[in-house]
Design a protein around this ligand. Structure first.
Ligand code: CA
Length: 226
């Protein structure tokens, strides 16, 4: 068994000593760990690595801080988030949980406790209502638990939103889907944006998935997966 069999965790932390400590303990627990020391790099990794969980410091350099990145991750999908908060910052903890973080630990923390809490969060999120774990269409397959897509057996790297859009198409195979329906179903009804956003993501899916993704454009209406 590979030693990174438990999946990938993205750690966004700008204090090297803390990042290293988490790296060591999480690897020992069987996780693959990818580190970022600012929110911009953290956002990139969350999109490209499709981690099972993100550990996020709040005080971080970058375009936004840890709470801002937490909000972005929550807006993009269901990846669990654990926050690292400073000792006296109750406000950060409350705001973080309101933004959808799954748990927090207060610095200084015991790395063993962090690992135990990470495992608890993953057990909870795996025990969710989704029991169908794989969807297929032509040579496409999507593993809902691991959030992995494959085309012709080869893994395809999708952003969280592209992944969710693909899943939506697979679950509505054969149906004509309007752009507004796709926005509501994938982006959520609280999302205000242009319907062309859907077209941009469809273009990415077509480019990344190739001919196995035989999505037809229905002019003036939307899309249908044949
Ligand atoms: Ca910090």
């Amino acid at each position: 068994m590979a030693d990174d069999d438990n999946g990938t965790i993205v750690v966004v932390e700008d204090e090297p000593a803390i990042a290293d400590l988490l790296d060591v303990y999480l690897r020992r627990a069987g996780f693959r760990v990818v580190l970022a020391d600012n929110t911009d790099r953290g956002a990139e990794l969350c999109a490209s690595e499709q981690p099972r969980l993100v550990i996020l410091d709040i005080g971080l350099p970058g375009t936004t801080d840890g709470l801002g990145l937490c909000r972005q991750i929550r807006d993009a999908g269901t990846t669990p988030v654990m926050l690292l908060t400073a000792r006296d910052s109750e406000v950060d903890r409350i705001v973080g949980l309101e933004l959808g973080a799954d748990d927090y630990v207060t610095k200084p923390f015991s790395p063993r406790e962090v690992v135990a809490r990470v495992k608890a969060i993953l057990r909870r999120s795996d025990a969710g209502p989704t029991k169908t774990t794989t969807l297929t269409h032509n040579e496409l397959s999507v593993d809902l638990t691991r959030r992995e897509a494959r085309a012709g057996g080869a893994p395809v790297v999708l952003t969280a939103r592209e992944f969710d859009l693909l899943v939506y198409f697979l679950r509505h195979e054969g149906a004509v889907l309007g752009r507004q329906q796709l926005l509501d179903g994938v982006w959520g009804s609280g999302w205000y944006g242009d319907e062309r956003t859907v077209d941009v993501h469809v273009r990415q899916l077509r480019r990344k998935l190739g001919p196995a993704f035989d999505l037809t454009t229905i002019w003036g209406v939307g899309y249908r997966l044949s």
